[in-house]
Ligand binder design. Structure first.
Ligand code: HEC
Length: 490
């Protein structure tokens, strides 16, 4: 038995001897790289034929060895996700041995046919296709463009979305997309009617009412567990935020997305527990500024199904763990080389049960020094919370389902519950009475949220010093609110 085991381990770890492109490496590159490195896709060059690959073999080998390509950010062992883009150790060893052996072509007879990429929606005919109302012009050069498109959904009734597929209209320039829901027409008020869109970098620039997740190249649409859905209210608009990276030529894009609905009303709606710190003051020059945030103990049992971490350009590392009430710690995600350009929603391969009483903890690290080539401010400046390129965010939505609709309401009423709704779905359907009741409790929830973020000495009051870190533009309003509630110190 041990012999068999050792044999197996060796077989899975040792590369083939003297690997060649045709026989050993092409299948690996076809499988892991062509998704993006083919004509018309987002990768800067094709990696299809020996001539494409051989002249950059060494560089390619380095990127594969250091896990820079494919651009899959989550660290192995900290959450197992659907559609992971990661080479096995054996595949990595084969690439390394091939490069070390001078990157030989081998016998062309061994070359497998290149894979074909099926066009069309991956999950079959959708219930609804939403297309950007007008093509959008992306300039040939210059800074990246972050554009929010406001698209009325024209729904006949409320729906529960079980899957979303996104199809870039022009894969050469679409770098990532985030889908927000807005049933307050905030997007319409903000947009330029000519393009039916507006610019906004880090967030959607408005307060949305829900969300349908994020897409990055290589993502595959995930279907929610049976009996669950993301709530989409009837009069919602979609606010589609797309990050465009100029390609060197003028381009146009008209992206689309497909929605799949639950056939029967789901028993459970998806929400999210949001971890957030707006109390961000990242000193100029600091290369390892660490921010730690924890949730209140979860009021009910939840099952985590996905996770959406979010920082901006100087974000360096983000880690989220669940501390269970009886001791164990479950790692939910760890990204050690955060890259704003490669953000997305990560869906767990197996849902993760988190009992009531679990505390979620997030640690985010920022590099605001001039040693960080991604730092938009040179020389570095103090960075605080905001939506612009040179502001930062510290945010993560742990997407969850609950045992009942009542339980989900308790999640929505947690501190940062509104943000949770945006990062998880659209909340749950509520009767007018329930909405009125929630409004009555609003002050209490706002107060809880403020305390969880800013009450550093945990005395139940906020002092001027603690509020120094509150975003400037709303500080006066918050102080007035705290004074009325009797929670402002001195
Ligand atoms: C999900 C899409 C995607 C996949 C999969 C992917 N790449 Fe890339 N690759 C890109 C993009 C986009 C760039 C341009 C740089 C950037 O935006 O990060 C890039 C850049 C590169 C570069 C140039 C890096 C530089 O700094 O100039 C190399 C080499 C490369 N990829 C090799 C690979 C290899 C080898 C694989 C497979 C093992 C692979 N890529 C898989 C999207 C991808």
């Amino acid at each position: 038995m041990p012999g068999i085991l050792i044999g197996l381990t060796l077989a899975t770890l040792t590369p083939c001897e003297s690997p060649t492109w045709s026989k050993d490496v092409a299948p690996i590159v076809h499988k892991h790289c062509l998704g993006c490195h083919r004509a018309g896709s987002v990768g800067p060059f094709e990696l299809l034929w020996y001539k494409d690959v051989s002249r950059r073999a060494k560089f390619l080998g380095e990127l594969v060895a250091t896990n820079k390509m494919p651009p899959w950010k989550p660290e192995a062992g900290h959450g197992a996700f659907q559609a992971e883009m990661r080479l096995t150790e054996k595949e990595k060893a084969t690439v390394a041995a091939w490069v070390a052996g001078g990157a030989p072509e081998g016998d062309a007879k061994d070359l497998p046919p290149p894979p074909t990429f099926s066009k069309g929606w991956k999950l079959g005919p959708p219930d609804k296709v939403i297309t950007m109302l007008k093509p959008f012009d992306v300039p040939a050069e210059g800074r990246d463009v972050y554009q929010c498109f406001v698209i009325p959904l024209d729904l006949a009734k409320d729906e529960a979305v079980i899957a979303v597929d996104f199809e870039p209209g022009n894969a050469k320039v679409v770098h990532h997309a985030i889908m927000f829901l807005d049933h307050n027409q905030n997007g319409r008020r903000r947009m330029d009617p000519k393009t039916q869109s507006y610019q906004s970098f880090g967030g959607p620039g408005i307060v949305p009412t829900g969300g349908l997740g994020a897409w990055a190249p290589g993502a595959r649409p995930a279907i929610l567990p049976k009996g669950t859905g993301r709530y989409m209210k009837k009069d919602s608009d979609l606010v589609l935020q797309i990050h465009y990276h100029p390609s060197g030529k003028p381009e146009t894009d008209q992206s689309r997305l497909a929605l799949y609905y639950a056939k029967t009303p789901p028993q459970q709606y998806v929400g999210a527990v949001a971890l957030r710190s707006r109390a961000l003051v990242i000193p100029a020059g600091e290369s390892q500024h660490t921010v730690e945030v924890k949730s209140i103990p979860l009021p009910v049992d939840v099952t985590a199904i996905g996770i959406f971490p979010h920082m901006h350009l100087i974000g360096k590392e983000i880690k989220v763990d669940a501390y269970l009430p009886n001791g164990p710690v479950i790692p939910l995600i760890w990204i050690r080389d955060w890259d704003f350009n490669w953000q997305g929603t990560y869906s767990y391969k197996e849902p993760i049960d988190l009992p009531a009483g679990t505390v979620l903890k997030m640690r985010a690290i920022y590099n605001n020094s001039d040693s960080n080539p991604k730092n938009p401010s040179q020389p570095p400046k103090v960075v605080t919370w905001g939506e612009e390129t040179n502001d930062e965010m510290c945010l993560c939505g742990v997407q969850v389902i609950t045992k009942s609709k009542e339980d989900m309401k308790k999640i929505i009423r947690m501190p940062n519950g509104m943000i949770g709704m945006i990062l998880g779905g659209g909340g749950v359907p509520e009767t007018p009475e329930e909405i009125a009741d929630a409004k009555k409790n609003r002050s209490k929830i706002i107060l809880q949220t403020l305390m969880s973020e800013y009450d550093q000495n945990e005395d139940g009051l906020l002092s001027m010093k603690e509020l120094q870190e509150f975003p400037k533009e709303n500080r006066d309003r918050v102080m007035l609110f705290l004074r009325v509630m009797g929670k402002l110190k001195d």
